[in-house]
Write a protein that binds this ligand. Sequence first.
Ligand code: DAK
Length: 258
Amino acid sequence: MSIVNQEIIDGCGVITINREDALNAINTDVIYAMKKELRLLHKNNRVGSIIITGTGEKAFIAGADIKEMEALNSTEAMEFAKRGQDITRFIEEYSKPVIAAINGFALGGGCEIALACHIRIASTKAMFGQPEVKLGIIPGWGGTQRLPRLVGKGYAIEIITTGALINAQKAHRIGLVNYVVEPNQLMEKAIEIGKQINSAGPVAVKYSLDAIRRGSELSQVDGLHNEAQLFGLTFNTQDKSEGLKAFIEKREPKFTGN
Ligand code: DAK
């Protein structure tokens, strides 16, 4: 059985980390396998959105693989951090929305993978945390940067410096996740959102992601300038002609992504 599974459900590319015995902890092989699947799904025009989840009911991803990390020297640790930062950046910059369906523990690097995704849905069994300080290290895959941007500095500092875990309800209250649902409804909810995205204009979805992501790294003036440019570019697309025409003709649009 593969370390990372991939299937396509209703136009959603579902990537499942498959190391249940190690609570889906992420090692180098998982990083490479995830990236390979993400690249393949990127090229697939039938796929409009991605869902990342973990095998089993206990863990989404219980962090970077502590057993692999334990053997690293300082130089290797930097390489390891770079690989992790690379995959989180790859997800963040992905041109199709990536939904984290968080079915259990999302700890350390697992929480950081969820943070890099564009939308987060948690099951009532999910637990979140950045317990790195308890291991004598700090979050290395973007947690110190993405968590405060999502939940604010106060909660982020508490979560990172105490290493304490929070449950799904609290995660929802502080804005870490968009929804909390029963475990047996998690994939259903993720696919429901994925299908809404898949029915929209693919170029418009891609430009929206780009405008939001780049906007968070720019001043508001520059972000608005970028938004105006992307807005203008949508007027070169067949999708824009089809979308506006379909509205006027009172029918559903048929987008091609061109
Ligand atoms: N890595 C490797 N194996 C793990 C693991 C992990 N993160 N988490 C769990 N496992 C393994 C356990 O070792 C155990 O394996 P066996 O002993 O059966 O072989 C199996 O999964 C089941 O776990 P438990 O027996 O512990 O299960 P429990 O229900 O008792 O506890 C738990 C569940 C999630 C509370 C517990 O497993 C736990 O605390 N796990 C560690 C969680 C954690 O600390 N995660 C953060 C990892 S650190 C950086 C680069 C990257 C990072 C940081 C810096 N640079 C280089 C700068 C990222 C760091 C992290 O993600």
